[in-house]
Design a protein around this ligand. Structure first.
Ligand code: SAM
Length: 292
Protein backbone atom coordinates (compact mmCIF):
# COMPACT_ATOMS: atom_id res chain seq x y z
CA UNK A 1 0.00 0.00 0.00
CA UNK A 2 2.87 2.36 0.73
CA UNK A 3 4.95 1.85 -2.39
CA UNK A 4 4.96 5.62 -2.96
CA UNK A 5 6.75 6.07 0.36
CA UNK A 6 9.75 3.92 -0.66
CA UNK A 7 8.14 0.79 0.73
CA UNK A 8 7.65 2.31 4.18
CA UNK A 9 4.41 3.50 5.73
CA UNK A 10 4.13 7.28 6.02
CA UNK A 11 5.65 8.39 9.34
CA UNK A 12 4.20 10.73 11.96
CA UNK A 13 3.75 14.16 10.37
CA UNK A 14 1.15 16.60 9.18
CA UNK A 15 0.58 15.80 5.50
CA UNK A 16 -0.87 18.72 3.55
CA UNK A 17 -2.78 16.81 0.88
CA UNK A 18 -4.12 18.30 -2.36
CA UNK A 19 -7.44 16.70 -3.35
CA UNK A 20 -9.49 16.79 -6.61
CA UNK A 21 -11.17 20.03 -7.78
CA UNK A 22 -13.94 18.07 -9.49
CA UNK A 23 -12.97 14.72 -10.94
CA UNK A 24 -12.36 12.27 -8.09
CA UNK A 25 -9.86 10.43 -10.28
CA UNK A 26 -7.42 13.29 -9.78
CA UNK A 27 -6.32 12.12 -6.33
CA UNK A 28 -2.63 11.18 -6.53
CA UNK A 29 -1.40 7.72 -5.55
CA UNK A 30 0.70 9.24 -2.80
CA UNK A 31 -2.32 11.14 -1.45
CA UNK A 32 -4.22 7.87 -1.37
CA UNK A 33 -1.42 6.21 0.61
CA UNK A 34 -1.45 8.99 3.19
CA UNK A 35 -5.22 9.17 3.53
CA UNK A 36 -5.37 5.41 4.00
CA UNK A 37 -2.67 5.54 6.65
CA UNK A 38 -4.02 8.65 8.41
CA UNK A 39 -5.35 8.28 11.94
CA UNK A 40 -6.82 11.75 11.77
CA UNK A 41 -7.99 13.72 8.74
CA UNK A 42 -8.55 17.45 9.22
CA UNK A 43 -11.21 18.55 6.73
CA UNK A 44 -12.58 21.99 5.92
CA UNK A 45 -16.11 20.54 5.77
CA UNK A 46 -16.34 16.97 7.03
CA UNK A 47 -19.57 16.24 5.12
CA UNK A 48 -18.08 17.47 1.86
CA UNK A 49 -14.90 15.42 2.26
CA UNK A 50 -16.87 12.32 3.28
CA UNK A 51 -17.75 11.86 -0.41
CA UNK A 52 -14.09 11.68 -1.41
CA UNK A 53 -13.12 9.45 1.51
CA UNK A 54 -16.06 7.09 0.94
CA UNK A 55 -15.23 6.88 -2.76
CA UNK A 56 -11.81 5.50 -1.82
CA UNK A 57 -13.07 3.37 1.09
CA UNK A 58 -11.24 5.44 3.71
CA UNK A 59 -12.73 5.34 7.20
CA UNK A 60 -10.34 7.67 9.08
CA UNK A 61 -11.52 9.85 11.94
CA UNK A 62 -12.30 13.34 10.60
CA UNK A 63 -12.29 16.66 12.41
CA UNK A 64 -13.36 20.02 11.05
CA UNK A 65 -10.67 22.65 10.58
CA UNK A 66 -11.94 25.75 8.85
CA UNK A 67 -11.46 29.51 8.71
CA UNK A 68 -13.30 30.05 12.00
CA UNK A 69 -11.66 27.43 14.23
CA UNK A 70 -8.25 27.00 12.60
CA UNK A 71 -6.28 28.34 15.55
CA UNK A 72 -8.07 26.21 18.15
CA UNK A 73 -8.08 23.06 16.02
CA UNK A 74 -4.35 23.43 15.38
CA UNK A 75 -3.59 22.49 19.00
CA UNK A 76 -5.32 19.15 18.56
CA UNK A 77 -3.38 18.42 15.36
CA UNK A 78 -0.07 19.36 17.01
CA UNK A 79 -0.86 16.98 19.86
CA UNK A 80 -1.76 14.14 17.49
CA UNK A 81 1.48 14.45 15.50
CA UNK A 82 3.48 14.80 18.73
CA UNK A 83 1.92 11.49 19.85
CA UNK A 84 3.29 9.85 16.70
CA UNK A 85 0.17 9.94 14.55
CA UNK A 86 -0.15 10.33 10.79
CA UNK A 87 -2.37 13.37 10.28
CA UNK A 88 -3.69 14.60 6.93
CA UNK A 89 -4.97 18.09 6.20
CA UNK A 90 -7.37 18.48 3.28
CA UNK A 91 -9.80 21.18 2.14
CA UNK A 92 -13.02 21.01 0.12
CA UNK A 93 -11.08 21.08 -3.15
CA UNK A 94 -7.55 21.50 -4.41
CA UNK A 95 -4.48 22.54 -2.50
CA UNK A 96 -4.81 23.51 1.19
CA UNK A 97 -3.49 26.99 1.96
CA UNK A 98 -4.23 28.15 -1.60
CA UNK A 99 -7.25 30.47 -1.15
CA UNK A 100 -8.11 27.97 1.57
CA UNK A 101 -7.35 27.41 5.27
CA UNK A 102 -4.14 25.63 6.17
CA UNK A 103 -1.44 28.23 6.84
CA UNK A 104 -2.20 28.57 10.56
CA UNK A 105 -2.18 24.81 11.10
CA UNK A 106 1.13 24.54 9.25
CA UNK A 107 2.67 27.33 11.38
CA UNK A 108 1.54 25.63 14.59
CA UNK A 109 3.24 22.41 13.58
CA UNK A 110 6.40 24.28 12.52
CA UNK A 111 6.49 26.20 15.81
CA UNK A 112 6.20 22.90 17.70
CA UNK A 113 9.15 21.56 15.68
CA UNK A 114 7.02 18.85 14.07
CA UNK A 115 7.28 17.69 10.42
CA UNK A 116 4.99 19.09 7.74
CA UNK A 117 4.97 17.29 4.39
CA UNK A 118 3.27 18.71 1.27
CA UNK A 119 1.57 16.32 -1.14
CA UNK A 120 1.23 18.30 -4.39
CA UNK A 121 -1.75 17.83 -6.65
CA UNK A 122 -4.79 19.63 -8.07
CA UNK A 123 -5.04 23.41 -7.93
CA UNK A 124 -7.66 25.24 -10.01
CA UNK A 125 -5.39 28.18 -10.90
CA UNK A 126 -2.55 25.93 -12.07
CA UNK A 127 -4.93 23.72 -14.07
CA UNK A 128 -6.44 26.80 -15.77
CA UNK A 129 -3.05 28.25 -16.68
CA UNK A 130 -1.69 24.91 -17.87
CA UNK A 131 -4.41 24.57 -20.52
CA UNK A 132 -5.18 28.25 -21.06
CA UNK A 133 -2.58 29.20 -23.65
CA UNK A 134 -1.59 32.57 -22.17
CA UNK A 135 1.94 33.40 -23.30
CA UNK A 136 3.02 35.35 -20.22
CA UNK A 137 6.04 34.08 -18.33
CA UNK A 138 4.91 35.64 -15.05
CA UNK A 139 1.66 35.36 -13.12
CA UNK A 140 0.28 37.11 -10.07
CA UNK A 141 -2.30 35.06 -8.18
CA UNK A 142 -4.75 37.58 -6.72
CA UNK A 143 -7.35 35.10 -5.38
CA UNK A 144 -10.88 36.42 -4.92
CA UNK A 145 -11.53 40.09 -5.69
CA UNK A 146 -13.63 41.99 -3.11
CA UNK A 147 -17.39 41.35 -3.36
CA UNK A 148 -18.37 45.01 -3.24
CA UNK A 149 -18.12 46.93 -6.50
CA UNK A 150 -16.12 49.93 -5.35
CA UNK A 151 -13.55 47.88 -3.45
CA UNK A 152 -13.28 45.46 -6.38
CA UNK A 153 -12.66 48.24 -8.87
CA UNK A 154 -10.08 49.81 -6.57
CA UNK A 155 -8.21 46.53 -6.36
CA UNK A 156 -8.30 45.99 -10.12
CA UNK A 157 -6.84 49.48 -10.59
CA UNK A 158 -4.08 48.71 -8.10
CA UNK A 159 -3.13 45.62 -10.14
CA UNK A 160 -3.44 47.22 -13.59
CA UNK A 161 0.21 48.09 -14.25
CA UNK A 162 1.83 44.98 -12.83
CA UNK A 163 3.95 43.38 -15.53
CA UNK A 164 2.44 39.90 -15.17
CA UNK A 165 -0.75 38.04 -15.99
CA UNK A 166 -3.34 38.40 -13.21
CA UNK A 167 -5.12 35.30 -11.94
CA UNK A 168 -8.41 35.39 -10.01
CA UNK A 169 -10.96 33.04 -8.52
CA UNK A 170 -14.61 34.02 -8.86
CA UNK A 171 -18.03 32.76 -7.83
CA UNK A 172 -20.82 32.31 -10.42
CA UNK A 173 -23.11 34.97 -8.92
CA UNK A 174 -20.41 37.62 -9.36
CA UNK A 175 -18.78 36.50 -12.58
CA UNK A 176 -20.65 38.95 -14.85
CA UNK A 177 -19.94 42.04 -12.73
CA UNK A 178 -16.35 41.02 -12.16
CA UNK A 179 -15.68 40.52 -15.88
CA UNK A 180 -17.46 43.82 -16.65
CA UNK A 181 -15.17 45.64 -14.22
CA UNK A 182 -12.03 43.97 -15.62
CA UNK A 183 -13.12 44.93 -19.15
CA UNK A 184 -13.84 48.54 -18.25
CA UNK A 185 -10.65 49.14 -16.22
CA UNK A 186 -7.95 47.21 -18.08
CA UNK A 187 -6.60 47.63 -21.61
CA UNK A 188 -9.12 46.14 -24.09
CA UNK A 189 -6.48 44.21 -26.02
CA UNK A 190 -5.43 42.19 -22.99
CA UNK A 191 -6.60 38.57 -23.23
CA UNK A 192 -9.02 37.06 -20.74
CA UNK A 193 -8.86 33.36 -19.96
CA UNK A 194 -12.10 31.97 -18.57
CA UNK A 195 -11.71 28.45 -17.15
CA UNK A 196 -15.00 27.06 -15.88
CA UNK A 197 -15.83 23.76 -14.16
CA UNK A 198 -12.33 22.34 -14.57
CA UNK A 199 -12.19 18.54 -14.61
CA UNK A 200 -16.01 18.37 -14.44
CA UNK A 201 -18.70 17.47 -16.98
CA UNK A 202 -19.23 21.01 -18.26
CA UNK A 203 -15.60 22.04 -18.35
CA UNK A 204 -15.03 25.05 -20.58
CA UNK A 205 -11.80 26.94 -21.29
CA UNK A 206 -11.89 30.00 -23.53
CA UNK A 207 -9.44 32.80 -24.26
CA UNK A 208 -10.67 36.02 -25.87
CA UNK A 209 -9.90 39.75 -26.00
CA UNK A 210 -11.01 41.32 -22.73
CA UNK A 211 -13.22 43.84 -24.55
CA UNK A 212 -15.35 40.98 -25.95
CA UNK A 213 -15.69 39.05 -22.70
CA UNK A 214 -18.84 40.69 -21.18
CA UNK A 215 -20.74 40.06 -24.41
CA UNK A 216 -19.50 36.48 -24.63
CA UNK A 217 -20.62 35.75 -21.06
CA UNK A 218 -24.05 37.31 -21.62
CA UNK A 219 -24.71 35.32 -24.80
CA UNK A 220 -25.52 32.07 -22.95
CA UNK A 221 -26.68 31.70 -19.31
CA UNK A 222 -24.74 28.40 -19.05
CA UNK A 223 -21.49 30.35 -19.44
CA UNK A 224 -22.06 31.98 -16.04
CA UNK A 225 -22.60 28.74 -14.11
CA UNK A 226 -20.14 26.77 -12.02
CA UNK A 227 -16.73 27.54 -10.61
CA UNK A 228 -14.36 29.94 -12.32
CA UNK A 229 -10.73 30.80 -12.72
CA UNK A 230 -10.07 34.04 -14.60
CA UNK A 231 -6.68 35.14 -15.91
CA UNK A 232 -5.89 38.39 -17.70
CA UNK A 233 -2.73 38.61 -19.79
CA UNK A 234 -0.03 41.12 -18.83
CA UNK A 235 -0.42 44.78 -19.88
CA UNK A 236 0.69 45.61 -23.43
CA UNK A 237 4.27 46.88 -23.63
CA UNK A 238 4.58 50.63 -23.82
CA UNK A 239 7.39 52.36 -25.73
CA UNK A 240 10.59 51.98 -23.71
CA UNK A 241 9.06 49.48 -21.31
CA UNK A 242 11.32 46.71 -22.59
CA UNK A 243 14.44 48.75 -21.87
CA UNK A 244 16.37 48.58 -18.64
CA UNK A 245 18.21 51.52 -17.09
CA UNK A 246 21.56 50.48 -18.64
CA UNK A 247 20.06 50.47 -22.17
CA UNK A 248 18.38 53.88 -21.83
CA UNK A 249 21.51 55.42 -20.30
CA UNK A 250 23.74 54.05 -23.08
CA UNK A 251 21.31 55.31 -25.71
CA UNK A 252 21.22 58.75 -24.10
CA UNK A 253 25.04 59.05 -24.15
CA UNK A 254 25.24 57.99 -27.80
CA UNK A 255 22.40 60.29 -28.87
CA UNK A 256 24.32 63.27 -27.55
CA UNK A 257 26.98 62.84 -30.28
CA UNK A 258 25.53 60.64 -33.01
CA UNK A 259 22.59 60.70 -35.43
CA UNK A 260 19.54 58.81 -34.13
CA UNK A 261 19.85 55.75 -36.40
CA UNK A 262 23.51 55.22 -35.60
CA UNK A 263 22.96 55.73 -31.87
CA UNK A 264 20.16 53.14 -31.85
CA UNK A 265 22.28 50.63 -33.78
CA UNK A 266 25.25 51.02 -31.45
CA UNK A 267 23.09 50.96 -28.30
CA UNK A 268 21.50 47.69 -29.48
CA UNK A 269 24.94 46.17 -30.06
CA UNK A 270 26.34 47.37 -26.75
CA UNK A 271 23.42 46.46 -24.51
CA UNK A 272 21.57 43.67 -26.34
CA UNK A 273 18.31 45.64 -25.99
CA UNK A 274 15.78 45.28 -28.84
CA UNK A 275 16.44 47.75 -31.64
CA UNK A 276 12.75 48.71 -32.15
CA UNK A 277 12.30 49.52 -28.45
CA UNK A 278 15.46 51.67 -28.54
CA UNK A 279 14.25 53.38 -31.69
CA UNK A 280 10.84 54.17 -30.11
CA UNK A 281 12.56 55.42 -26.99
CA UNK A 282 14.89 57.68 -29.02
CA UNK A 283 11.95 59.11 -30.98
CA UNK A 284 10.02 59.77 -27.78
CA UNK A 285 13.07 61.53 -26.31
CA UNK A 286 13.47 63.67 -29.44
CA UNK A 287 9.78 64.61 -29.39
CA UNK A 288 10.06 65.51 -25.71
CA UNK A 289 13.11 67.73 -26.36
CA UNK A 290 11.40 69.60 -29.22
CA UNK A 291 8.42 70.30 -26.90
CA UNK A 292 10.67 71.67 -24.10
N1 SAM B 1 -7.64 25.41 -2.82
C1 SAM B 1 -8.32 25.49 -4.08
C2 SAM B 1 -7.30 25.32 -5.21
O1 SAM B 1 -6.25 24.71 -4.98
O2 SAM B 1 -7.56 25.72 -6.34
C3 SAM B 1 -9.12 26.74 -4.21
C4 SAM B 1 -10.17 26.92 -3.14
S1 SAM B 1 -11.13 28.37 -3.36
C5 SAM B 1 -12.00 28.42 -1.85
C6 SAM B 1 -12.42 27.83 -4.43
C7 SAM B 1 -12.37 28.55 -5.78
O3 SAM B 1 -11.44 27.90 -6.63
C8 SAM B 1 -13.69 28.52 -6.53
O4 SAM B 1 -14.55 29.54 -6.11
C9 SAM B 1 -13.22 28.72 -7.96
O5 SAM B 1 -12.95 30.07 -8.20
C10 SAM B 1 -11.91 27.92 -7.96
N2 SAM B 1 -12.18 26.54 -8.37
C11 SAM B 1 -12.22 25.45 -7.57
N3 SAM B 1 -12.52 24.36 -8.31
C12 SAM B 1 -12.65 24.77 -9.59
C13 SAM B 1 -12.97 24.12 -10.81
N4 SAM B 1 -13.20 22.81 -10.86
N5 SAM B 1 -13.02 24.86 -11.94
C14 SAM B 1 -12.77 26.18 -11.91
N6 SAM B 1 -12.48 26.85 -10.78
C15 SAM B 1 -12.43 26.16 -9.64
Amino acid sequence: MSEHFSGRAPGAALYVVATPIGNLGDLTLRALDVLRAAELVACEDTRHSARLLQHYGIAAQCIAVHEHNERAASARLVQAVAEGKVVALITDAGTPGWSDPGARVVRSLQEAGLPVVPLPGPCAAVAALSAGGLLDARFLFAGFLPARGQARRGQIESLRDIDAALVFYEAPHRIAECVADLASLLEPERELLIARELSKTFEQIVRLPLAQAPQWLAADAMRQRGEFVLAVSAPPRRAGAALDAHATRTLGVLLADLPLKQAVKLAAELTGAPRNALYEHALAQAAQQSED
